[in-house]
Design a protein around this ligand. Structure first.
Ligand code: NAD
Length: 560
């Protein structure tokens, strides 16, 4: 279904500049961001409409893509387009404050929310996997995850009693759209890292984009390079072409023999979808056909390989390394593959991120529709000036400005909290109104955020009150963003950790320099992170209670 029209069209690239063809900036922005998601610089497999994260798609088919683009160009400023799993299904008269687009991706009724049923429906052309920001049109390339990954590794360093990762060696796998941020995140923290990927082209792409220093298919050579860097206290990232299910156990053997001093171990292969994880014994060239011809057998083999992969990770933990799951559900898949100690190591959210979520902090991102990198340089400076006391934020913005290679439209990410994000949004809007910036700015976020996701193997793992699987919270988040003036809002199922394992919501709001945009920005960018504080107050986190009290969030049943 997806491929039918792919061969007859050239690469997709969003229009640039301050002139629009749609009738509102809300619709124009949605159109440009959909296109930007499919820009070959941004998407992992644009010809299949796959943006990142295994099979995370931006539209259900090329016909659906064309219909969305056409509809957005014709959409009145008081109309709303509904998108059902990547297909445009209706246009309704609403009002100017309403979102221009409402999106629901991959949602299934509980008992039917299984991977085989999803695949069956997908093959019938009835649904689409939207991951988190693929089907909600706010993916910004690997940078999108870079800062969160940088923050996570900084927290790992702190947990080891260190100021940085200098003198440590990290082992990980998966150099895809998201996982590809890991090597740069480690080297920005001063460490050495070995990253394993079965697909040499992924490692090559990370080198080309400046996320990885070098790669090889020679394990001995790769190990020698990173061990030397660890000893010298130097930052270095080396990619290794290989299957993690084979390489991790081999490195564990070498560690036991004293030849692989690995301090930190994690993984970001696409384990959430066993068809996107390559089992031992299958070549990259045979992957697609093997997965398509017998998905059940492929799944069983992938799970068996994940069991070996995770058993090695647990072995590293037993040997004293810091080991954590990086949000891809590999522990559950390894358990399904027959390995019963898979949950011996924690997920990264309870281990490192939850204290940030309790303050409503999360991945605030913005994109310059002008296409002008100067707009990002100017907004970087504006954000640094807005938060002069936040040294880590300023350090990040400086490093990002120096090292991040833009993919598609110029964009930036930084983590900001409740009663912070709207200040940035309003400042950007002023800069557009005054002509300082060359065009509107799109402001959104990952669905991985403080109040927008229910995902018991990741964002809501081990909540203090046991509410891990309660999915009312992301639905309330989406409803509130819709009521607050967001430009597009989405509700997805299965992102990050796979079908049946998460429900999450996204919002994007456009700054176009108008007074109406300022009002919407103020509300959306206050209320959206506010739901994160609310959710963590409700779950009993003391820091969230303090933040609610100090920053004036009304929680009816919060008592002193
Ligand atoms: P991707 O599909 O773009 O990349 C996955 C990579 O894993 C590919 O390069 C593939 O070649 C490699 N791979 C597959 N099997 C392998 C094996 N056996 N050994 C070595 N390499 C193998 O996916 P992505 O966007 O990079 O996401 C990776 C995972 O991380 C997904 O499960 C995703 O849901 C999850 N994720 C986590 C976070 C987070 O914040 N922690 C955020 C987004 C996504």
């Amino acid at each position: 279904v997806v491929n039918r029209a792919a061969s007859s069209r050239g690469p997709v690239r969003a229009p640039r500049g301050g002139e629009r063809t749609a009738k509102s900036w809300g619709a124009e922005a949605a159109k440009r961001m959909l296109m930007n998601n499919l820009d070959p610089e941004v998407a992992e497999h644009p010809e299949d409409l796959v943006v990142y994260g295994g099979t995370g798609r931006a539209a259900r088919s090329w016909e659906a893509y064309d219909a969305i683009v056409r509809t957005l160009d014709e959409l009145e400023p008081d109309e709303t387009l509904l998108v059902q799993s990547g297909k445009p299904v209706g246009v309704f008269r609403t009002h100017e404050w309403a979102p221009r687009v409402l999106i629901a991706n991959a949602n299934l009724v509980g008992d039917w929310a299984t991977r085989p049923e999803f695949r069956r429906l997908e093959q019938l052309g009835l649904t689409m996997y939207g991951q988190m920001t693929a089907g909600s049109w706010i993916y910004i390339g690997t940078q999108g995850i870079l800062q969160g990954t940088y923050e996570t590794f900084a927290a790992v360093a702190r947990s080891l009693g260190r100021d940085s990762l200098a003198g440590t060696l990290t082992l990980t796998a998966g150099a895809g759209g998201m996982g590809g941020a890991q090597p740069l995140a480690v080297t920005l923290n001063g460490g050495a890292v070995l990253i394993v990927d079965v697909d040499a082209s992924r490692l090559e792409r990370r080198v080309a984009h400046g996320y990885l220093d070098e790669y090889t298919d020679d394990l001995d050579a790769a190990l020698a390079r990173v061990v030397a860097a660890r000893t010298a206290g130097e930052a270095l990232s080396v990619g290794l072409v290989g299957n993690a299910a084979e390489v991790f156990p081999e490195l564990l053997r070498r560690r036991h023999a004293g030849a692989a001093p690995i301090d930190i171990v994690t993984d970001q292969t696409s384990a959430h979808d066993p068809l996107a994880y390559l089992p031992i014994g299958v070549s990259v060239a045979a992957w697609k056909d093997a997965a398509a011809s017998d998905p059940e057998d492929f799944t069983a083999r992938a799970r068996a390989s994940m069991a070996a992969h995770v058993a090695a990770m647990v072995g590293f933990q037993d040997a004293g390394a810091a080991v954590f799951d990086y949000g891809n559900s590999i522990r559950r898949e390894a358990e399904l593959g027959g390995y019963d100690r898979a949950f011996a190591f924690p997920g990264f959210v309870p281990a490192y991120i939850r204290p940030l979520f309790a303050e409503g902090r999360g991945p605030f991102r913005w994109v310059a529709l002008s296409g002008d990198p100067d707009d990002i340089a100017k907004t970087d400076r504006a954000v640094a000036e807005l938060f002069p006391d936040d040294a880590a934020l300023r350090r990040w913005l400086e490093k990002a400005g120096e090292t991040v290679h833009f993919e598609g439209l110029p964009a930036r990410i930084c983590w900001l909290g409740y009663k912070e994000r709207h200040l940035a949004g309003l400042r950007f809007n002023e800069m557009i109104a005054s002509g300082e910036l060359a065009g509107p700015i799109v402001i959104g976020r990952d669905h991985l955020d403080a109040g927008s996701v229910a995902s018991p193997y990741r964002e809501t793992e081990a909540m203090a009150d046991g509410s891990d699987a309660i999915a009312d919270w992301p639905l309330l988040n989406a409803l509130l963003n819709t009521a607050s003036g967001a430009s597009w809002v989405s509700i997805h199922h299965g992102g990050g950790v796979g079908i049946g394992r998460s429900i999450h919501a996204g919002q994007v709001v456009v700054a176009d320099g108008t007074a109406l945009a300022a009002q919407k920005l103020e509300r959306v960018l206050t209320n959206d992170p506010g739901t994160g504080v609310m959710r963590h107050v409700d779950a009993g986190y003391e820091r969230a209670r303090e933040v609610a009290r100090e920053r004036g969030l009304t929680v009816p049943m919060l008592r002193d």
